[in-house]
Design a protein around this ligand. Structure first.
Ligand SMILES: NC(=[NH2+])NCCC[C@H](N)C(=O)O
Ligand SMILES: [Mn+2]
Ligand SMILES: [Mn+2]
Length: 301
């Protein structure tokens, strides 16, 4: 990593989906010993606390069309965008803790404001490439990658006051195994690079990460990692709201983080969808902490 300072930003967001409890994700990750772990790696860590997110009771009236809790998600995203932008201006590494994956709207708005031609690694069982027109659920956590690419409702695509945040050729999705019809169509139309579980099984994680790193290095200067814990197999990360069988193992995920660290390409990151209510003794929160540590330089030996 290029930076020595890391800024932790919590986003207790649960309005992008319907399962309660994912708003406690940032706490679960903090309780898992994140700050100490990073301090031991030589980082100076500043915890900026949590972004203000509206209470669900207030937010529920704000649904527009097929976009649940739209105005409250937008408000929190704007706050997060501003905070992330400030972190980058301070030359600190933004580490955003979710919260559901709708928070990527704000993170990417903040990161892409100065970092033009941003690359993104989307580590996830899902594509999160729906728009209001294609979403089977109306849940905004299934839409942030599409919105960041400029597809969907202007209320989502224009967060931070500009669109798009990223280009399709700068995106790599890793771990996909549950894609909706509209998402498949968008992937085919835009040519986004996707390593589904099929390619990962065939090639192995080492090759997948090598190709991902080479691909992004050729195209971009900055790379954001957006890691949804449901990219991991539910047996190893049970505390997520939309689990999908047949996922990435704990070790494969560590290997991915270790290779990213070695490459030095990652310049910001977020870890999302940890839901302590659905978890088993903070197993998923602890996995998030361990993966963050690997991404930021922790070694086995
Ligand atoms: N970030 C997530 N866990 N997204 C799950 C999305 C599930 C489904 N594709 C939807 O649009 O509702
Ligand atoms: Mn997911
Ligand atoms: Mn996701």
């Amino acid at each position: 990593m290029k930076r020595k300072h890391v800024s932790i930003i919590g986003v207790p967001m649960d309005l992008g989906q319907m399962r309660r409890g994912v708003d406690m994700g940032p706490s679960a990750i903090r309780y898992g010993g994140l700050q100490e772990r990073l301090t031991n790696l030589g980082w100076t860590v500043q915890d900026h606390g949590d972004i203000l997110v509206d209470m669900r009771e207030n937010a529920e009236s704000s649904t527009a069309g097929n976009l649940k809790n739209l105005s409250s998600v937008v408000t929190a995203s704007e706050l997060l965008a501003q905070k992330t932008d400030e972190t980058i201006a301070d030359d600190s590494f933004p580490l955003v803790l979710g919260g559901d994956h709708s928070i990527a709207l704000g993170t990417l708005a903040g990161v892409a404001k100065k970092q033009k031609n941003l690359g993104v690694i989307w580590y996830d069982a899902h594509g999160d490439l729906n728009t209001a027109d294609t979403s089977p659920s109306g849940n905004i956590h299934g839409m942030p990658l599409a919105a960041s690419l400029g597809f969907g409702d202007p209320a989502l695509t224009n967060i931070g006051g500009f669109s798009p945040k990223i280009k399709p050729e700068n995106v790599v999705i890793i771990g996909a195994r549950d894609l909706d019809d509209g998402e498949r169509k968008l992937i085919k139309e835009t040519g986004i690079k996707v390593f589904t579980m099929h390619e990962i099984d065939r090639l192995g994680m080492t090759t997948v990460m090598k190709e991902t790193i080479e691909y992004l290095r050729e195209r971009t200067e900055y790379v954001h990692l957006s890691l949804d814990l449901d990219g991991l197999d539910p047996t190893e990360a049970p505390g997520v709201g939309t689990p999908v069988a047949g996922g990435l193992s704990y070790r494969e995920s560590h290997l991915a983080m270790e290779m990213l660290e070695e490459s030095g390409i990652i310049t910001s990151a977020e870890f999302v969808e940890v839901n302590p209510i659905l978890d088993e003794k903070n197993k998923t929160g602890a996995a998030a902490v361990a993966l963050i540590a690997s991404l930021l330089g922790e070694k086995l030996l």
